[in-house]
Design a protein around this ligand. Structure first.
Ligand code: HXC
Length: 274
């Protein structure tokens, strides 16, 4: 179905939300050194928060933290850890607490992906993605929850829409992200009585990301197919995910928990149309 109207606008969060709504808040973000999670971090910082970003590659997260601090006027620190290692994650959390004294917001975003059919997926390849995405999310929750309870804070888990129906060559990520959705929902109902919220953002095809290039969304043919199957008429932008992040962390979402919010222009709902 080719779009018949103008594509949805791409807006800056500051055009909609007040600039200081996260003043004094602290964000802990896994995968924040690049891509979607870096954009989410930058936007939360633009609204006044300080941040700690977690990644495996020290040089990459150190550079990213410097650039995020300069771009936003807030403080961002780099905390090196592989989310598969609970001890390293606990050390990253300890470093964050030593620097900022608390954690209000957590983004569980570290992820791994590649295209491979089940028949060509080794046990180690499958396990690796489950360990990064699902167990990494569990490890992040475990390491941060005592602090997030103290602030009555909020989690956002970065999932996907792949597993809503069978997506070829994505068995590993589909299984992993279904687990992430489940973890978020249980976290929400268990921690709600402590004032903690937990939601999922499920990005659709987002342009200019490592995930998109790994899934070939950069080829002209693929892009046209994605746009034509998106009711709102374009490929997703990093700002779309960042804006949803600001809303979900804000007090405007104070009664929203245990939800999955697809940021996909409606593409997952387009079924059976020409
Ligand atoms: C088949 C592959 C493979 C490929 C790796 N493997 N790439 N198998 N096809 N293209 C296999 C390896 O052969 C190995 O199995 C196993 O996976 C582990 O690989 P390693 O390289 O040893 O693991 P590691 O260094 O930990 O790297 C993890 C990784 C890598 C996931 C494989 O791609 C990575 O670091 N990715 C992080 C960045 C990333 O993926 N970002 C995009 C996220 S986007 P054997 O059997 O040989 O030992 C995203 C969005 C999802 O998640 C939703 C999109 C819409």
């Amino acid at each position: 179905m080719a779009p018949t109207h103008q594509a949805a606008p791409i807006v800056d969060s500051t055009a909609v939300f007040k600039e200081n709504i996260f003043k004094g808040k602290v964000l802990f973000c896994t995968g924040g050194g690049s891509g979607i999670c870096r954009a989410m971090t930058e936007t939360v910082m633009r609204h006044g928060a300080d941040a700690a970003i977690v990644g495996r590659k020290l040089d990459r997260i150190t550079q990213a933290a410097k650039e995020l601090s300069e771009a936003t006027g807030q403080t961002c620190i780099a905390t090196q850890a592989d989310v598969r290692d609970p001890k390293l994650l606990q050390e990253a959390v300890a470093k964050t607490i030593a620097k900022f004294g608390k954690i209000d917001f957590v983004i569980c975003g570290a992820a791994g992906n590649f295209l491979a059919p089940i028949s060509g997926l080794s046990e180690n390849a499958f396990r690796t993605v489950i360990e990064i995405d699902t167990i990494g999310t569990y490890n992040t929750i475990k390491a941060t929850i005592p602090y997030v309870r103290k602030t009555q804070g909020s989690y956002i888990h970065v999932s996907a829409t792949l597993h809503y129906r069978a997506t070829p060559y994505q068995a590993h990520v589909s299984a992993a992200k279904a687990g992430v959705d489940a973890l978020s929902a249980v976290l929400a109902v268990e921690e709600g009585p402590f004032g903690v919220r937990s939601n999922v953002i499920a990005p659709g095809a987002i342009g200019d990301t490592e995930g998109a290039s790994r899934l070939s969304a950069q080829s002209a043919e693929h892009r046209t197919r994605v746009v034509n199957s998106t009711p709102l008429g374009r490929i997703g932008n990093l700002k779309d995910v960042a804006n949803a992040t600001v809303f979900l962390f804000s007090d405007a979402a104070a009664f929203i928990t245990s939800q999955v919010i697809p940021v996909d222009g409606g593409s997952e709902h387009l079924r059976g149309l020409p």
